[in-house]
Design a protein around this ligand. Structure first.
Ligand code: TPP
Ligand code: MG
Length: 539
């Protein structure tokens, strides 16, 4: 008779989840020892990186990734990354190991209080009442993760794996499909609103990052003559950002939104909420005369939007249909001015703009930039526009520690795609051990770390709040040495000539790279000089 464990591996195989992202402990040993040959095990050295790798893998493949975590310590370490996966809408099936159920009530060593530990971030949590429920809960978790697009957890006591699997115990569907109906009436209503508007504008977001949606939106923009903005803090690009109709990234302040959208009587938001804010500001989001329509495939996003009409529908189909029924407005598409790259600074020291300008000149259009560069984010978005679907990816909720593992997982899923992670030096520290996984599994990501020796964005915010913050800088941390310690090929550049020389070399090999390269970009001068200046500041 086969065991729960055998049945689990059979189901995982059937569902296409044969790669296990994990950092295991003793409670996972019964599952992992003698793992079947057709399964691959991917180790990351911290659970934030485990989940980050799986998130990138799930986004790259568009299918659930399988994660295995070790009871409270493992799940606890992973919570921030699970929250990011949820807001990034990445489907994950997360198995969490638990102590042996035969003595759980006595709280043996490693017992986890697990079901509530990740709070509201899992889309679903399953706890098997019987060992034999485990396989069907895994199936269910797969469907929950896929349909609700986030992490679904199954908590598995370690002795469950060896229990014989009785026949006829399956309860979950093997395959499940869910489509929200998109009907002609909705499309016609939105088309009529667009046609009747005097001056429509489109705002796109992460949900619109799909080849069919991009192509339909370019037709809608052309027919309607509407400029297209990208939502603020969007995790992915919803429109080709080198297209003449692309107007730029919306500000995240109410006054900024009002100003950007002033004069438009209809705002069509596609694949985003209406509209994401950052710091609180008084006042309306829109003028009272503006009508707002939100089209999204995420019910929650629709439900918390400020809008006159919200339509929940699969976006590629909806937009394709809308493009087909929309009448030509006769308005010509707006000609928006693309931001001009800044010339190199006169000091000879490198600035983020130099890096983005030089990368833009060398990267193929189908590259993916995984961005985590807090103080230079908007500059990056201006100078490195997303030119292909999945051209831009960032953590949807601002949690640092996403870019290094997610870019690694993404490149594992899409090995022929050039993948460049652009990361602040502070940000790099939250998941620095992901570099080891990239090295160990031959993943050819280019990691560009912008080393300014501190939390520049925090310093800027503190200055705005009226004074310096108490946090010190860390110019004494050598990113290059850390990269080398984790086995990466490394370069350190501090001048424009050094930067261009290395980028010329890397640009040739980037699409076919099978090992990670870390480029430590020392901003504002060499670290020794900077560290000395920093020490002087504290004397
Ligand atoms: C997990 C986590 N901890 C803390 C923060 C708060 N935070 C936001 S930006 C930032 C500093 C980022 O520094 P760095 O990556 O060096 O970028 P820089 O501002 O220097 O460009 C911090 C600490 C966060 N967003 N996520
Ligand atoms: Mg920094």
């Amino acid at each position: 008779m086969s065991s729960v464990r055998d049945t689990f591996y059979g189901i995982a195989r059937e569902l296409g989840m044969t790669r296990i992202f994990s950092n295991p402990g003793s409670t996972e040993v019964p599952l992992l020892v003698d793992m079947p040959d057709d399964f691959e095990f991917v180790l990351a050295l911290h659970e934030g990186s485990v989940v980050g790798l799986a998130t990138g893998w799930a986004i790259g493949r568009g299918e659930p990734a399988l994660v295995l975590l070790h009871t409270t310590a493992g799940l606890g370490n992973a919570v921030g990354a699970l929250a990011t996966a949820r807001v990034n809408r990445a489907p994950l099936v997360v198995l969490v190991g638990q102590q042996d159920r035969r003595h759980l009530h006595q709280e043996p060593f490693l017992t986890g209080r697990l079901s509530g530990l990740a709070g509201q971030y899992p889309v679903w949590v399953g706890e098997p009442a019987h060992a034999a429920d485990v396989p069907s809960l895994v199936q269910r978790a797969y469907h929950e993760a896929q349909i609700h697009r986030g992490p679904a957890l199954v908590i598995v006591p370690m002795n469950d794996w060896s229990v014989p699997m009785p026949s006829g115990r399956f309860t979950s569907p093997t395959r499940m499909r869910s489509t929200v109906a998109t009907n002609q009436t909705d499309r016609l209503e939105v088309a009529e609103l667009l046609t009747a508007a005097r001056s429509p504008v489109i705002v796109v977001g992460a949900g619109a990052d799909h080849a069919d949606t991009w192509s339909a939106l370019t037709k809608i923009a052309k027919k309607s003559g509407a400029p297209v903005w990208q939502e603020a803090f969007g995790a992915r690009a919803g429109f080709p950002q080198d297209h003449p109709s692309f107007a730029g990234h919306l500000p995240a302040s109410r006054s900024g939104v009002r100003e950007a959208l002033a004069g438009h009587d209809l705002v069509l938001v596609v694949g985003a909420p209406s509209l994401r804010q950052y710091q609180y500001e008084e006042g309306e989001l829109y003028s009272a005369r503006t009508r707002v329509v939100v089209v999204t495939d995420d019910y929650d996003e629709a439900a918390h939007s400020v809008a006159n009409l919200a339509v929940v529908a699969p976006l590629p189909q909806f937009c394709k249909g809308l493009a087909a029924v929309l009448l030509e407005s006769g308005r010509s598409a707006p000609q928006t001015q693309r931001p001009m790259p800044l010339p190199a600074s006169e000091s000879g020291n490198l600035e983020p703009a130099d890096v983005f300008r030089e990368l833009a000149q060398r990267l193929p259009a189908e590259s993916t930039i995984v961005e985590e560069s807090p103080s230079s984010r908007s500059l990056l978005q201006d100078l490195l526009p997303a030119r292909a679907p999945l051209g831009y990816l960032s953590a949807a909720m601002g949690g640092l520690g996403f870019a290094l593992p997610a870019s690694t997982g993404l490149k594992m899923a899409l090995p022929r795609r050039p993948v460049v992670a652009i990361v602040g030096d502070g940000s790099s520290q939250y998941s620095i051990q992901a570099l080891w996984s990239a090295h160990r599994y031959d993943v050819g990501v280019l990691f560009v770390v912008l080393s300014n020796g501190g939390y520049r964005i925090m310093d800027v915010l503190a200055a705005k709040a009226g004074g310096p913050g108490p946090w010190p800088g860390f110019a004494d941390v050598s990113i290059r040495d850390l990269g080398a310690a984790y086995g990466c090929k490394t370069h350190s550049v501090a001048t424009l000539d050094e930067l261009t020389e290395v980028l010329d070399e890397l640009a040739q090999i980037l699409p076919t790279m099978t090992e990670p390269v870390l480029l430590d970009v020392v901003l504002g001068g060499r670290p020794d000089a900077r560290a000395a200046a920093h020490r002087r500041g504290h004397e």
